[in-house]
Design a protein around this ligand. Sequence first.
Ligand code: PHE
Length: 353
Amino acid sequence: MTALQELFLKELEAVTSTAALRELRSRYTGKNGVLTGELKKLPALAPHERAAFGKQVNIDKVFIEKRLKEHEQVLTTKEIKAKLSKNPVDITLPGYYKKPGGRHPVTIVLAEITEIFVSMGFSIEEGPEVESDYYNFEALNIPINHPARDMQDTFYIENTAGSQSNESAFVLRTHTSPVQIRVMEKRVNESRANGTPLPPLRFIAPGKVYRCDSDVSHSPMFHQVEGLVVDKNISFANLKGLLEGFLQRVFGPEVPVRLRPSFFPFTEPSAEVDMGCYFCKGAGCRVCKGTGWIEIMGAGMVDPRVFRNVGYDTGKYSGFAFGMGIERIASLKYGIDDIRLYYDGDLRFLRQF
Ligand code: PHE
């Protein structure tokens, strides 16, 4: 053993912490350490002595590094053990757990509805929630003073013109039907600008709608999905077939569907679409008020007045429209009897989906 090795071992023996070891390591193997110091002696030596000297320094270096590593391992293990015995970890304690987020039932049902219509070749359109009186009412053949305006419990946005006329008024849209007007208008303008014929239309328009109404079955904000199909030779039978197919995909292939005559200013003829009660299978229960049927959406053939308002040739085109409430469909699917549950944000409710 060289004198250097002996001196090193003596120092190493005195080292009892990893901190002190780090200090010793840097003092021996560091840039200005003992080993570098040894090598600096080389130039002063006679040329024939240099090779042997250099070799010896290298051997010392390997020796020192090996011992440092061994000692480090011993000290580290010792320190971890000491730490653990002072601050024991109770591995039986429950861990911290963050519950993953989930999708809202309205989102789940909307995704399902969208998927069904997309699979049938429908595209998806959107319109603004703050809508002009014209699109929400006028163009849909609901003129001012029409009783249907009261039916819809409209939230009016302050008319800055302060005039009596409703022409410049804005509302929170009371239904998604204004998207019918917006899309048809856009197609007419495009076809006029490009000189191309009007393309057939087949889209759904999901979104939020607003009505000044609030109880177990009404919320001031809820969601609808509008549908519009316009082409040559579209018939009422097409409407019935489509809606039957749709409802049977959502509620099962056995579910009966019926259409009842009804009225909407923007469709003629109009129908209320009922399906067999999901809960009692038609026997009559509280949900269907003993009738065995549940009203699920409004529909009808596009009224010629609506076509005229957007510039469609009523001699050439016909079409149908339908509109449904998403919460209503979700409530039937999941058996939810209070619409307010959707908006309270109560995790006990939301975690069930
Ligand atoms: N917009 C109507 C409503 O909200 C529903 C509807 C849409 C009816 C399309 C017929 C056609 O009550």
